[in-house]
Design a protein around this ligand. Sequence first.
Ligand SMILES: *Cc1c(COP(=O)(O)O)cnc(C)c1O
Ligand code: SF4
Length: 438
Amino acid sequence: MTLMLDHPVAVTRFRAFGPRQIDDIAGRYGLRPDLREEIALLAHVFPFRVNEYVLDHLIDWTRPEEDPMFRLVFPQRGMLSAEDEQALAAVVHSGSAAREVAAVVARIRAGLNPHPSGQREYNVPMHRGERLPGLQHKYRETVLYFPTQGQSCHSYCTYCFRWAQFVGDPALRFATPGPDRLVDYLRDHPEVSDVLVTGGDPMIMSTERLRGHLEPLLDVPTVQTVRIGTKSLAYWPQRYVSDADSDELLRLFGRIIAAGKQVAVMAHFTHPCELRTPLVATALRRIRSTGAVIYCQAPMVSHVNDQADVWAELWRAELAAGAVPYYMFVERDTGPYDYFKVPLARAVEIFHAAYRTLPGLARTVRGPVMSTTSGKVVVDGVESHPDGRCFQLRMLQARNPALVGRPFRAQYHTGAAWLSELELAADVPDDIRTAVRS
Ligand SMILES: *Cc1c(COP(=O)(O)O)cnc(C)c1O
Ligand code: SF4
């Protein structure tokens, strides 16, 4: 494939900036000393990683504190409780031994619910008498696959629900069995039509590595779609344009499609400014030219994108780029949850205010969606009912296929931000009640 560039692209090699480069970043971008100190302090607890593309093209450095992209990648005041932040500052500034700092950090992290909804224990399939960590099979037709080398990202989101993986919690670093075991599993499970390759971000891998994981899937006739969950279009669109193996990557997509399978790039876009650079436009166009389809999803989070006009612009920009708006998620109960959570009542209002303004082709999006232990639950709206105001809810995906599509209700609550905080209506059938409360 030839490069189809309609503008010159400065070729930058990927380089990650972590906690050790905070001073470097502060110097280059003119970060105020108080912000620099705050970030350096919080980076003891939260994963921090960013790169030049995000720093140069996505952040408005004239007003970083109000900038949604700055808030998306830099840890900030409010993400820790006041007590935890004080305890952390005390031990860091006292000149204590690294061991003592580590003990305080570990205690704070343990209090941040690092493993929400049993991410780790549930849905790991058994196959021929063995557990297959690195795979998750929750919904009949889709298997999640976490390649070991894909468990990092081009930059980290402050709201990430997989944050514990990135701070080196060994229990969360999946030892993936590799594509051979995946293929064996898929051969014994012909009901699986979709393999969702996820991470971290699988696009952090070289094309050669990625090919090693994806090509074996071509020999499994029952697999129809290879989905790739990635934030690389937002954080490093160079992956599809100017990296040394970008052309190889597009050829890999093309080969999968030529073999009769679909490639679905499940793109994580949080804010419309991620879609405004010429590089991302080129990346989107190049991916589409292979025949792959781009679906877009993101959570709604406070301080970053909890506004109707932001979502309306995001979904329009996705549609304009030939991508499909897919899911708006509700933020999970982990990490700096109190800082990022949005009450369901507000989330559904924002969703509808944005949705109403969309052209029909962008109304493919569904939300706000909670991904729970038993399934995906969407808040369809709020209704007045003889028993009082209610949330209208619906199972979009369920471990038990008999529940898919079924509507149910819960009492309206202005502050509730997750299904577990809602009281289900008296008429909710037992099978749904049991699933939702499991
Ligand atoms: C969301 C999700 C899927 C995919 O569901 P679709 O509705 O088909 O996009 C698969 N597995 C898990 C665990 C999920 O959370
Ligand atoms: S890109 Fe995804 S996995 Fe990576 S930090 Fe952001 S939310 Fe987490």
